[in-house]
Design a protein around this ligand. Structure first.
Ligand code: ADP
Length: 313
């Protein structure tokens, strides 16, 4: 889906000759330069604002899962923190409308959100990581559950549009789970995702869902950067040895079968749950553990997406 926004069929032809630049990315063929057929003036303006933000972010990676509770947010946090620790400028966007858990996992629940003079929302800085979550705007976790579809979509859209990230190397997006309208909206609104990391667990039900998630990405033209099997075996808190407690390897088999990269298996590690509950990033606070090393290895192919110079340089 990379650069998909630059040439869709519904583009107005004036965008193709570069006659109306939006003064952001300077890419002549960027379709945010012209209104799409049937698009209202307001929607067009919103799309331009969103695009002007996304143009300043070199790589956008969505973390998806076929179902909830498989560790998608945990992987999103640790992926973002690992990238930041490797020297990248990273943002973490939590649009998991049903369970925005990133603020809890990073110990920033109830953080005050500031806006700038233009009324844009500024992400919360957590040791250099820029974080924004829908969870900051829900009075309680059940608020979004009762919202109707269009309200959810509107909230996701407005949220994407209103956050001022500045220049980033990576934006990691913790997407709503499943393959329904909500992750669909996220992928479509972002438009030029580098790809998706798909998280699953070894259980059969979860691996069935991972097939759906891979097909979902294919239908949308979003490259699958890889599958991660989480909660794959149990890591002994004393010696770090991993014992298989559920049938594992399903994620790897599906990745091979569907010809997408397999990024690796993360065991159940009580320290991961402990770190989440205490609001601390596991890869940072337990950096010396075997599980943290596994996570860093999983992140390497994602970090390798960014080989060029910083956008700001
Ligand atoms: P999802 O985003 O898919 O709903 P979460 O990332 O919120 O899932 O994880 C659900 C729970 O499982 C959290 O309490 C988290 O700390 C815990 N968890 C996730 N992965 C692991 C793991 N590998 N070992 C131990 N606990 C884990």
């Amino acid at each position: 889906m990379k650069h998909d926004h630059q040439s869709t069929e519904s583009d107005n032809s004036s965008s193709k000759d570069g006659s109306s630049k939006c003064d952001t990315c300077g890419v002549k063929s960027c379709n945010a330069t012209a209104r799409k057929s049937g698009e209202s003036e307001v929607d067009f303006k919103d799309r331009q604002i969103l695009q002007s933000r996304l143009c300043r972010i070199r790589h956008k990676v969505a973390v998806l899962s076929g179902k909830g509770g498989v560790g998608k947010s945990t992987i999103a946090v640790n992926l973002a923190v690992s990238l930041m620790l490797s020297g990248k400028r990273v943002g973490l966007l939590d649009v998991d409308i049903h369970g925005p858990s990133i603020p809890t996992m990073l110990g920033i629940e109830g953080a005050a959100i500031h806006g700038n003079e233009e009324g844009e929302l500024l992400p919360v800085d957590v040791g250099g990581l820029k974080v924004m979550s829908l969870g900051f705007f829900l009075r309680n976790q059940d608020d979004a559950v009762i919202w109707r579809g269009p309200l959810k979509m509107g909230a996701i859209k407005q949220f994407l549009k209103d956050v001022d990230w500045g220049d980033l190397d990576f934006l990691i997006i913790d997407s709503p789970p499943g393959t329904g309208d909500e992750p669909l909206s996220v992928c479509q609104l972002i438009g030029d995702l580098d790809g998706a990391v798909i998280v699953t667990t070894p259980q059969k039900v979860a691996t069935v869902d991972v097939r759906k998630a891979i097909s979902f990405c294919r239908q949308l033209g979003v490259p699958v950067l890889g599958v991660v099997e989480n909660m794959s075996g149990f890591s002994c808190p004393r010696c770090g040895e991993v014992t298989p407690i559920l049938l594992s390897g399903g994620g790897k088999r599906i990745a091979e079968d569907m010809k997408v990269p397999y990024l690796g298996s993360i065991p159940i590690d009580p320290k991961i749950a402990e770190a989440s509950d205490e609001g601390r990033a596991f890869v940072f606070h337990y950096a010396a553990t075997p599980t943290a090393k596994i996570m860093r290895d999983i992140v390497k192919p994602i970090a390798a997406l960014d080989t060029g110079k910083h956008a700001a340089e």
